[in-house]
Design a protein around this ligand. Structure first.
Ligand code: ADP
Ligand code: MG
Length: 240
């Protein structure tokens, strides 16, 4: 579903991604971990071309992401993204936040979009918040709305970039539970997170990055029991 072949990226003179090779199958859950500044966000943002690569090849759902003929809007329709900050529209209700893109971009009727939105609000556990405004919700609830908003576009891939990093500790679990459910339903997911419990329990594969490189790829069992890279060991000793 997602294939990086020798991908490099520079920000000016700064070499942020170095020879990235990564292949993610449909239905796979890959958790990306690594120190701050190691290029995790940049790598994930390349997948929906929020960042362009400098060299190498990136193929997502059989589409060459960086080909000039690629319809970027078409590509992005298949990829949901959830960020640390939820970026909900403050002056729109929860339901309106979720239905906006399906109506505008996919051209579905408002009625159908409302039904779909309610379905996903049920799924993330807060159907009763449909008519509330984002500020009336806790951080965890807002993030669940952001996930429902992503799902309402019926994407093939969901990208999560530190989705719980801005949340109060007591609401982190409810967001991780929703993500876990999504993983169990077979969604292809790339998740940048520092939540090692989630990584251990939900990931099919852990990717450890440092200084723009993938230093290690392993199952959670292998990675947490016995990381082969010294940098990964050091990282884990600090975080766990
Ligand atoms: P991570 O998500 O692992 O913390 P990032 O992908 O955000 O890392 O950033 C990797 C490196 O690239 C950092 O050193 C960061 O300062 C740098 N960087 C990120 N975005 C830009 C940008 N738009 N321009 C220049 N440097 C950037
Ligand atoms: Mg980041």
């Amino acid at each position: 579903m997602i294939s990086f072949h020798q991908v490099n990226k520079h920000y000016g003179n700064f070499h942020v991604l170095r020879n990235i090779d990564l292949h993610i199958n449909q239905g796979e859950v890959v958790v990306v971990i690594g120190p701050s500044g190691s290029g995790k966000s940049t790598m994930v943002r390349c997948i929906n071309r929020l960042e362009t690569v400098t060299s190498g090849e990136l193929v997502v759902d059989n589409v060459q992401v960086n080909d000039k003929n690629t319809d970027i809007n078409q590509l992005r329709r298949n990829i949901g993204m959830v960020f640390q900050h939820f970026n909900l529209y403050p002056h729109k209700t929860v339901l309106e936040n979720i239905t906006l893109a399906p109506v505008k971009v996919l051209g579905v009727s408002q009625r159908e979009a409302d039904e779909t939105a309610l379905y996903y609000l049920e799924k993330v556990g807060i159907p009763e918040k449909a008519d509330n405004y984002p500020t009336q919700l806790s951080g965890g609830q807002q993030q669940r709305v952001a996930i429902a908003r992503g799902l309402a576009m019926r994407p093939k891939i969901m990208l999560f970039d530190e989705p719980t990093s801005a949340l109060d500790p007591e609401t982190i679990g409810e967001v991780l539970d929703v993500m876990k459910k999504l993983a169990q339903e077979g969604m292809t997911m790339v998740v940048v997170t520092h939540e090692m419990g989630f990584a251990r329990e939900v990931a099919d594969r852990i990717v450890f990055m440092d200084q723009g490189r993938i230093l290690e790829e392993a199952t959670p069992e292998q990675f947490f029991a016995n990381p082969s890279e010294e940098r990964a060991r050091l990282f884990l000793s600090r975080i766990l």
